[in-house]
Design a protein around this ligand. Structure first.
Ligand code: TRH
Length: 387
């Protein structure tokens, strides 16, 4: 019997939950669907615990869903060549420990070494995806880019995800039970359901005012800690999980920050999702519902270039979605009047829902990121045997 392929995934949490969110999703999928022995090195167990309550924040090493999780805190220790995995991934150019790199060079064969990059729809990504970069100690690193075209690594997607989603969306009692556990009432379920996940800079208070004045009832479900100031002002009380208030057409309900698989269900259950960063942005695309993306802000408004690249690439759009997205990300040329912009966008929601299914078909054709990454690692291994 062949020993399992081993893989080490190094994750530094720069900010929030996206870094660990992506690495955890990838680690689980590699183990569950491909039988890889995965070790996930992560420096911030507290952030990890927020999306995965099974994580113990005091453990140096723990097994979660058959993935070995190591608390990454010591950059200086030495490693033996036998400890080095067959495949090594550094997420987002985090510097992996020098001792680990040295042991990589002492291992025969050398592991296949990846830098897994962030997601962008910009066209230069295709030219950089899978490029090799010679490193000291005769090592080679490969750049692996997720993306939206067949010349990129594709998007993270577990096998069976879309079937699970469809089964859930076609099961009203399951949706009612899921939302009911957060106190969402039948009347709130019958309204236009919107999940809200964004950065603090979003013009949330202005949008709440437009929703309050809406012709149709709206239920806004917001995880605890998100848009805290505006939510608190609207509620007139602390925005802790379970708090809710109705003003005009808008009912606001604060949810707990849910475990990662439940966040998918929340996206599947809502009619419109506001998402942010990278991982929730991708999950919203697999949810098959209209969504608005709040992109992670970068210096010199670099994120506006990325936002525009995505808006240009996606087929799931209307003029009102583009106007809304630019306004939401402070990337519009003119000042946005949300009381005008919202009704136009709301009227277009059904038009956006269908193209989003076409967009999904395009993304599906690119294969999923975990599969593409392993396939590429196999090719690299094969080529290095022939040299
Ligand atoms: O949290 P984010 O803003 O994360 C990131 C980081 O800031 C990172 O440094 C940056 O590189 C990246 O954005 C672009 O947003 P994101 O990527 O959507 O990650 C959120 C994760 O949290 C995702 O895995 C879903 C999960 N989540 C839950 O598990 N439960 C919840 O209730 C919510 C709201 C999210």
């Amino acid at each position: 019997m062949h020993p399992k392929t081993s893989l080490a995934l190094f994750c530094k949490v720069v900010d929030n939950y996206g870094d660990i969110g992506i690495c955890w999703r990838l680690a689980r999928q590699l183990e569950q669907e491909h039988g890889i022995a995965v070790t996930l090195w992560v420096d911030d167990l507290r952030s990890f615990q927020r999306i995965c309550p099974a994580v113990s924040i005091d453990s140096e090493i723990q097994q979660i869903n058959a993935v070995t999780v190591k608390h990454w805190r010591d950059q200086d220790s030495a490693f033996a060549a036998e400890e080095i995995a067959d495949i090594v991934i550094e997420f987002f150019a985090c510097d992996i420990p020098p001792g680990y790199i040295k042991a990589m060079s002492e291992r025969t064969p050398h592991p296949v070494w990846f830098n897994l990059e962030g997601l962008s729809a910009e066209t230069w990504v295709e030219g950089c995806h899978a490029l090799s970069s010679p490193q000291p100690l005769s090592l080679t690193k490969y750049f692996f880019f997720p993306g939206f075209t067949s010349r990129t690594g594709g998007l993270l997607r577990e096998s069976g995800l879309l079937q699970q989603r469809e089964a859930f969306q076609q099961d009203p009692p399951a949706i009612a039970a899921f939302l009911g556990q957060f106190g969402v009432t039948p009347a709130e379920m019958a309204a236009l359901k919107i999940s809200l996940f964004c950065y603090p800079q979003a013009p949330v208070a202005e949008l709440f005012a437009a929703w309050q004045a809406n012709a149709k009832a709206i239920t806004c479900l917001v995880p605890e800690g998100v848009a805290n100031d505006a939510v608190q002002t609207f509620l007139g009380q602390t925005a802790t999980a379970g708090a809710s208030a109705t003003r005009g057409a808008l009912t606001m309900r604060v949810l707990p920050f849910v475990p990662q698989p439940d966040y998918d269900k929340l996206l599947w259950a809502c009619d419109l999702n506001f998402v942010r960063g990278e991982d929730s942005f991708v999950r919203a695309q697999w949810a098959g519902k209209p969504f608005i993306w709040h992109i992670y802000p970068q210096d010199e408004n670099l994120h506006h270039v990325k936002l525009n690249a995505f808006l240009q690439a996606t087929t799931a759009k209307t003029a009102s979605l583009i106007a809304f997205s630019l306004g939401w990300n402070a990337a519009a040329k003119d000042t946005i009047d949300w009381t005008d912009t919202w009704p136009q966008f709301e009227a277009d929601l059904s038009k956006i829902a269908n193209p989003s299914i076409d967009w999904q078909q395009q993304m599906l054709a690119n294969g999923d990121l975990a599969f593409n990454l392993l396939k590429f690692a196999g090719t690299v291994k094969q080529e290095s045997k022939q040299i």
